[in-house]
Structure formats: structure tokens, C-alpha cells
Design a protein around this ligand. Structure first.
Ligand SMILES: *Cc1c(COP(=O)(O)O)cnc(C)c1O
Length: 406
């Protein structure tokens, strides 16, 4: 028997947690599908999906079964041994993509850290130490380790932590000329998000990704797609690169892959993966049986025509509803993104005020996200039910009406 829990409240956060976040005023305690309940029993509609993580909503029976079944068998065994869930998951992911090999870790930042290290090692082995430069996009986000914040194009996350990793340059996103002017034979990799998630749900232009692929080939540089946010069905294809028909050399994913259980993934071809030989990179928890068992259940459900087509249909449903709300109340007039990764771009009068809208939605028992100060982001479950979409949009409309009247 475990001891009864000590009661805790939101105010405790400000006493005992390192203040890297400013969470909402309520504490969620339970979720089911796209509904969440807080400590007081209030029911909220969840359009956040845990920031593009809870890909099948909360407490999906197949994921609960996969987790509890594996929990009774084997949680962790270390990488001195392999395990069945990791092997099954890697087979499914490589069969479904361009890749031959998978590397498992525990987060998106770790997946990108592995990708950047692998790209540098590959270039070092095949072309020599001079070929080490990495190009990424302004306003990109690749995680919070020192390497990944340095590659990420946001000084607010990378400045003030001492000397940075050298050899990183940033070019404006969706600007092929800028990329062409910066890439050289010293470039080992170009890393791009197919949709810039954190900084405003901004999709890449088709010609941009095609052009980036050609430039990388010309300069023997690897093309890395950071699909930590866009991967695992979120855009209506298993990975966003499939929407564009532009294939990367290395792909990273995390968020949706575990459906809420932490796991990160790097995918690569045989030729590139061979440059991470025994001992050159590693992780204690990466590829543990618990995480891989849950992710396998996620892949089994998400990588089906029913779910992927459903994502595309839901996108149209959301877009219609959101544009109507925008028209009636004048907060935003542009809705962008793909699948269940949607951005409402705030009109000039509302620029910088995404947090106010977030707070107003919360007062109507609706959970939404910001992507920077000028964009409202929605990243709901891929299988969110029509009743929850309708009710959530009705709540969003009430919040928007109150704001525009105030
Ligand atoms: C969230 C995110 C990351 C970082 O993932 P963590 O699991 O928080 O380390 C990296 N890249 C992109 C595109 C992301 O959206």
C-alpha cells in the first residue's frame, strides 16, 4: 500500500519547481480522449495535445494496454542487451520510410543532437575535418541542449550560456537564394523543419524544400529534416516529408511518437548510419522496452489510411470553423498549417496578444497553444471526435467574442 498523497496546489509550483515555465492556473489531473479534468473537477477541451504529443488523445485503451502489458514484463535492460519492442519498432519505422536504420533516445533535443553529431561525423570521415558547417533557419527550434539551441535560430534561447558551438549559420526560412548564397563545400548539413512549429506554424514552400535538396546534393551536404513536431501522422502523412515528396538523409522525430510516453528517434540510411560505430554515441534509456512498446502501438494505429485520411478531413473541419470565428470577431483572418498542426495568424490589432487569447480560452474551459506572440497554435489529437471539435470551437468562439467586445 502506498501512503496517501500530500495535497498540492498550483502555488507550490512557485516554491519548489525551477522557474523555467509559467504554467496555467489550474492543475490537470485526468484525461480521456480530448477532454481533461482539473483538481476541482472542471472539464476542459484539449486542443493542445500536450504540444503535439498526445497523438491519440489521453488514455487511449491500446496505449494503456501496451504500456501496462510491457510494464509487467520488462521496463529497462540497458543497451548491453537489445529488446523485442525496440527491434519491432525499428522494423516498422524503416519499412514505412526512406530509412534503413533507427536510433532511439528520449526527446527531440536528443534526437537532433544525435543527428547533428552524425552529420558532422559522416562529413569528417568522408571529406575531412573542414567540412563541419551546419546551416539552419532563422526562428527554427531544435531543442534545448547547448548544441541544439545553437543550431536553433533564436538567440533568446542560445545567448548567455558561455561559448557556443562554432560553425553554425542561420538563413531566413523559405528563402532559397539565401540558402544558395550561404551553402558551400564546407557545409556538412542543412537542417530544416518542414513546418516551423514553435515560431508560428509556418509551412515550407514546395520549391524551398526541393531547392534545398538540390543544393545539398550539389555540395555533398546532408539534408536533415527536424520532424520532432511534424512527424507521426500530424500532417496527414506519416512524416511531413511525404507531403512534399522531398526525402531527407536524416530525419528526427519525438513528440507524437510515444503518444505521451517519452521517446526520441533518428532515422538514417545505411550509408550514413554506419558512421556511428560502437561507442561513438549512446544513451542509457534510449530504446528502452517500455517506450518502444508504447511507440509501436502508436505506429500501428497512426500509420493506417483511416487515421491519416481522418487527419486531413479534420484539418478542413477546423479550418472552416476557425475562419468563421476569425471573420465574426476579427482576431485573425489567416489559418495555416497542415493536418492537426494549425496556426491562426493574429491580425495587426491583435499582434503580440496570443497570451491574452490563451487566457481567455482557459476561462471558457478550452486548452489552446501559442506559437510565439502572434500565432495561436492548435495541435490536437489526430483522432479528436467531432463532438469535441464542435464544443471546443464553440468555447473558442465565446472567448473570441468576449475579447473583441472588451
Ligand atoms: C519540441 C521540438 C524539439 C525539442 O523536443 P524536446 O523533446 O522538447 O527536446 C525539437 N525540434 C522541434 C521541431 C520541436 O518542435
Amino acid at each position: 500500500m502506498s501512503a496517501p498523497h500530500t495535497p498540492v496546489e498550483r502555488a507550490d509550483f512557485d516554491q519548489v519547481i525551477v522557474p523555467t515555465f509559467a504554467p496555467a492556473a489550474f492543475i490537470p489531473v485526468r484525461g480521456q480522449g480530448s477532454r481533461v479534468w482539473d483538481q476541482s473537477g472542471r472539464e476542459l477541451i484539449d486542443f493542445t495535445g500536450g504540444i503535439a504529443v498526445n497523438v491519440l488523445g489521453h488514455a487511449h485503451p491500446a496505449l494503456v494496454a501496451a504500456l501496462t502489458d510491457q510494464a509487467g514484463k520488462l521496463w529497462h535492460i540497458s543497451n548491453i542487451f537489445t529488446n523485442e519492442p525496440a527491434l519491432r519498432l525499428a522494423k516498422k519505422l524503416t519499412a514505412a520510410t526512406f530509412a534503413d536504420r533507427a536510433f532511439f533516445c528520449n526527446s527531440g533535443a536528443e534526437a537532433n543532437e544525435a543527428a547533428f553529431k552524425l552529420a558532422r561525423r559522416y562529413a569528417h570521415d568522408t571529406h575531412g575535418p573542414e567540412k563541419s558547417e551546419i546551416i539552419s533557419a532563422v526562428n527554427s527550434f531544435h531543442g534545448r541542449t547547448l548544441f541544439t539551441v545553437t543550431v536553433g535560430g533564436q538567440p533568446k534561447y542560445s545567448d548567455g550560456f558561455g561559448p557556443k558551438i562554432q560553425g553554425i549559420s542561420h538563413v531566413p526560412y523559405n528563402d532559397l537564394d539565401a540558402l544558395a548564397a550561404t551553402i558551400s563545400d564546407k557545409t556538412c548539413a542543412v537542417v530544416l523543419e518542414p513546418i516551423q512549429g514553435e515560431s508560428g506554424v509556418l509551412p515550407a514552400h514546395q520549391a524551398y524544400l526541393e531547392g534545398a535538396r538540390k543544393l545539398c546534393d550539389k555540395h555533398n551536404a546532408l539534408l536533415i529534416f527536424d520532424e520532432v513536431q511534424t512527424g507521426m501522422g500530424r500532417t496527414g502523412e506519416l512524416f511531413a516529408y511525404m507531403n512534399y515528396g522531398v526525402t531527407p538523409d536524416i530525419l528526427t522525430n519525438a513528440k507524437s511518437l510515444g503518444g505521451g510516453f517519452p521517446i526520441g528517434l533518428m532515422l538514417a540510411t545505411d550509408e550514413i548510419a554506419a558512421h556511428f560505430s560502437v561507442g561513438t554515441h549512446g544513451t542509457t534509456y534510449g530504446g528502452n522496452p517500455l517506450a518502444c512498446a508504447v511507440a509501436e502501438a502508436v505506429v500501428d494505429i497512426v500509420n493506417t489510411p483511416e487515421v491519416l485520411n481522418g487527419v486531413k478531413a479534420r484539418h478542413e473541419r477546423f479550418k472552416r470553423g476557425l475562419l468563421e470565428i476569425g471573420q465574426r470577431h476579427g482576431l485573425f483572418s489567416q489559418v495555416r498549417g497542415m493536418g492537426m498542426l494549425i496556426g491562426c495568424v493574429l491580425d495587426d490589432a491583435w499582434k503580440g496578444r496570443a497570451r491574452e487569447i490563451f487566457d481567455a480560452a482557459e476561462r471558457e474551459a478550452l486548452m489552446i497553444l501559442q506559437a510565439g506572440p502572434d500565432v495561436i497554435r492548435l495541435a490536437p489529437s489526430l483522432i479528436i471526435e467531432e463532438a469535441d471539435i464542435a464544443e471546443g470551437l464553440a468555447r473558442f468562439e465565446r472567448a473570441a467574442a468576449k475579447l473583441s467586445q472588451a
